[in-house]
Ligand binder design. Sequence first.
Ligand SMILES: Cc1ncc(COP(=O)(O)O)c(C=O)c1O
Length: 365
Amino acid sequence: MTNKIAPAPKAGILDIAPYVGGKSKIDGVAEPIKLSSNENALGCSARAIEAYEKAKEKLFRYPDGHAAPLRAAVAQYHGLEPERLVFGNGSDEVFALLNQVYLEAGDNIVTGEHGFLAYRISALACQAEVKLAEEPDQRVSIDALLDLVDDRTKIVYISNPANPTGTWNTPEELADLRARLAPSILLVIDEAYAEFVDEPTWATAFPLARGADNVIVTRTFSKIHGLAGLRIGFGYCPVDVIAAIDRIRLPFNANLPAQFAAVAALEDTVHIEASRQQILNWHPRLRQAIAGMGFDIRKGIGNFVLIYFRDAEEAARANEFLMSQGLIVRHVANYGLPQALRITIGKDAENEAFLEALSRFAATR
Ligand SMILES: Cc1ncc(COP(=O)(O)O)c(C=O)c1O
């Protein structure tokens, strides 16, 4: 007799929609232009590659569980207290650790309706509820977030600048949010795209976090440093938060080649500046060209642009058309924006190719 009772995942796990990353292949196209995952158009620093090569000799060793050299390098680069840093397998892992530490079944997180999906997935895995605040004009509203906060809210997440909308909140808004939030609720400000900002009404929340016991700022090496494949990011947290996270953080969560390469990446200020300039040069050029073709495109920050089409059907058609031209962009329906496509800013030739393809699509409208 066979036993038909199979192991069952805990309640809620199979209700979670799996994360779908940016596509990287098109059938029949040998080398598509991939503009779907907000990776660094210029790749990573040659110095980071050199450090990665050096790490090869050490692969039989466990990584430094405290990430001491990287901790010192990040602290110095950003002017932060080293003891307030926690490193993760990408900043995604920092969100997951925070959720695991603070959320019990029945608790909730609050975030914007178009907010980054990683916050939600690991919260659902903790059997917590995800409350999505309306974003008028696709921008996080502090009032709308606060309206959803209740006595089971444990964490409020904001990405600033936001992906995929490219909108942002000012330091005054974030200070206001923090002032109106109970001190027992964590405020996590995800600054994955901080280095691409050239906007006087945006500022890092490191100073806000420094003076607060409930504010965390996260950063990643996946964007400006071009190390998405190595998986390394960090959180700047109150020491009590670090003490709690360190109880459950797997001891070697930040891998050895990633730690080596990240230290070297921080030293390569030339590559950092070139990566930033690539975005700052192309952002307005793309916006202007795309608007000139009659599409709705708004001011935004980050290494991507978001195009709003007439409706979801047109966005899907544009996506298919671009694929037929060898271009992979991101249809962001799962971010609550079915009428939009997000395009990562690429190398010069890639951006030119995208504009040409989009103008051919525009001609079919
Ligand atoms: C808003 C936002 N936060 C965090 C991340 C993920 O960063 P990491 O690669 O460090 O996990 C991304 C990546 O796309 C992002 O868009």
